[in-house]
Every structure is written in C-alpha cells, then in structure tokens.
Design a protein around this ligand. Structure first.
Ligand code: ATP
Length: 308
C-alpha cells in the first residue's frame, strides 16, 4: 500500500529526512514512532501529497504521489495533527461540506455520512457546533471526515495528542475499529500508543529509520532468565561455563527467589535455553521459571535514541 524509498527533505539548513525507506502492506496498522522533531509530520505531509520531497520515491497503492497527487489523495483519509475544523459549523454541516469537497456522489452521500457518523459515535452530537465539543469529540469529527470517502489508507498524525486518558482509550478503540477496513499509518511519540494499537513500529530518529520491526522482535534479547527455589553454590560457575553463555548475573526475583540472568551470544539464544534446561536437570535444581529475557520498549527506544 505504501512504498517509500530513500526519501530526503530539508527545510533550509535543517535536514528533516535523511534517506527514509519503508514499506507498508495492505491491511497493516503501523505506528510511526519518534521523538519531537524526528520527521514524522514531514513524512506524513509528503505521503499525503502536501509537501514535495527533495529526493526519493513515494508510492501509494502503486501510484507515484508526486505524479498522481489527486488520485492518491482520493484514496487517503488524512487526519492532520490539528484537523482544520470550523468551530461555528455544526458537526452535520461540517461533514456535509467535507462530502462536497470530496465530491461524493449525491446518491451515495446519505449512506457515507451515516456510516462515518456511526463509526465515530457522533450520532447524538450532529447538531452541536464543533467549537462546543470536547477535544475527544472534535478528534472524532476529524476522524469522521477522514473516512467519509471510504479510503483504503488512513494516515493519522498524532491522533491522540492533547486528549485525556479516557478520550485516548476511546479514540484508540475507534482507530482499531477503522483499521478493520483500511490500512492505517499513524504517528506518535508515545510508545504505549504503538503497543496499544499495532504490532509493528517504524522508529524514526533524527530523520532516519532506526528500527522497523514487530514489537516482539524489538523487545527480544538473546538472554535467558532462570529462577530457582534454592541457591546452589555452583550455579553461577556452571551457568557461565555453558556453551553460548557470555556472562551471568545473579539477582533476586521480585518474589525474592534466587535468579540468574544469563547473557547469550546474539545467534545462540535458542540453544542457550535448551542448555540451561539440561543443566538444571543434571544438577536437579528446583526450577521455578526459565524464560527469555525481554527489554521494555522504553529501553529499546532510549538505546536507539542515544545512539542516533
Ligand atoms: P513533532 O512530534 O514535534 O510533531 P515530527 O517528528 O513530526 O515532530 P517534523 O515536524 O517533521 O517532526 O519536523 C522535522 C524537523 O524539521 C524538525 O527539526 C522541525 O523543526 C523541522 N521543520 C518542520 N517543518 C518545518 C518548516 N516548515 N520550516 C522549517 N523547519 C521545519
């Protein structure tokens, strides 16, 4: 659905994008994650045809965005960081105006409007001026206009920014529902947002893609954790002598049991787990837990950010 290759963009002396490439397949929901100033909005504006890149290639559904801007825009539902809503218009009048702008045929208009209103839970607010709505409901109006024309691709720029926790949960639920029918790319600087909404993240730092992977892959490490019921004197030495073990650190589990983190060689994680299991059996150690160690996404993100 989206194919981006070697995208570059500068604003004067500021290099906002430094060779960004990624692909997003049909039906995926992907988070574009990065700190402030990483280049997320710049990518989104280029993808939606509102900004020309300096170099690189951008295709949406097989169409070059620069060559076929109108056709591409017709296929995209776009929620900008601050949706251009008209506070004095009622929700209904605004959505009708957007249906006009989108040139939705008269015959289909009623159905499209009512689908969008139903999907975003706005039915009881149609006659209220947008300016009187809470931020969460204004965001729903923004989403409703983005899906009026039943786009194949939804691009959402920081969709939950400025919302309170209850509104965030509601808007996330709504996005998940919309993703059942469209491919979704959304930007955020909040890690938990990516965790809550999708399983793949493109991490952008300083105008470069620093990681593009499933969240479980990002969090995986080659290390194992073994928790025992007793504290055998020989444990640290025996674990350290295993094939594939790099380093052993003894600690206490949160429940107070003796635990060992065995750092593995990056390519030997699977074997290390088996080796640990066999070692524990040989020594008849009372095993409470044997698991792959995972790092929190915060740690992953901070590591990537500091090595930028
Ligand atoms: P945020 O999370 O704060 O919205 P972002 O990841 O969306 O940030 P961009 O808005 O794409 O980042 O900005 C990337 C870089 O380009 C930043 O250094 C920003 O200051 C700069 N920039 C963006 N727009 C302009 C502009 N119109 N003129 C000059 N510099 C700009």
């Amino acid at each position: 659905m989206i194919h981006v290759t070697d995208l570059t963009k500068s604003y004067g002396a500021i290099q906002a994008l430094r060779g960004v490439s990624f692909d997003i397949a049909d039906g995926e929901i992907v988070g574009l994650l990065g700190p402030n100033g990483a280049g997320k909005t710049t990518i989104i504006k280029i993808l939606t045809g509102y900004l020309q890149p300096d170099g690189g290639e951008v295709q949406v559904n097989g169409l070059d965005v620069m060559e076929h801007t109108r056709d591409v825009q017709a296929q995209i539902g776009y929620l900008p960081e601050t949706a251009p809503l008209y506070p004095e218009l009622s929700v209904q009048a605004y959505l009708q105006m957007m249906a006009d702008l989108r040139q939705i045929p008269e015959a289909e208009r009623r159905a499209r409007l009512s689908d969008a209103v139903y999907a975003t839970g706005l039915s009881e607010h149609l006659t209220r001026p947008i300016g009187e709505l809470s931020k969460g409901f204004r965001q729903r109006v923004g989403l409703a206009q983005a899906i009026l024309h039943r786009p194949k691709l939804l691009i959402l720029d920081e969709p939950t920014v400025g919302l309170d926790p209850t509104q965030i949960v509601e808007v996330r639920r709504l996005i998940r529902r919309l993703a059942e029918h469209s491919t979704v790319l959304f930007s955020t600087h909040i890690l938990s947002e990516v965790e809550a909404l999708c399983d793949r993240a493109i991490i952008l730092i300083n105008g470069q893609v620093k990681a593009d992977a499933r969240l479980s892959e990002l969090a995986a490490t080659p290390d194992m954790v073994l928790v025992l019921d007793a504290e055998p004197a020989e444990a640290v030495a025996a674990l350290g002598a295993l094939d594939g073990a790099r380093e052993v650190a003894a600690f206490r589990s949160p429940e107070g049991f003796p635990a060992y983190r065995v750092a593995g060689q990056p390519d030997a994680a699977a074997d290390l787990g088996l080796a640990l299991y066999n070692l524990a059996r040989e020594h008849d150690w009372p095993v409470r837990e044997l698991r792959r160690d995972v790092q929190t996404l915060e740690t992953v993100f901070n590591t990537l950010a500091t090595t930028a």
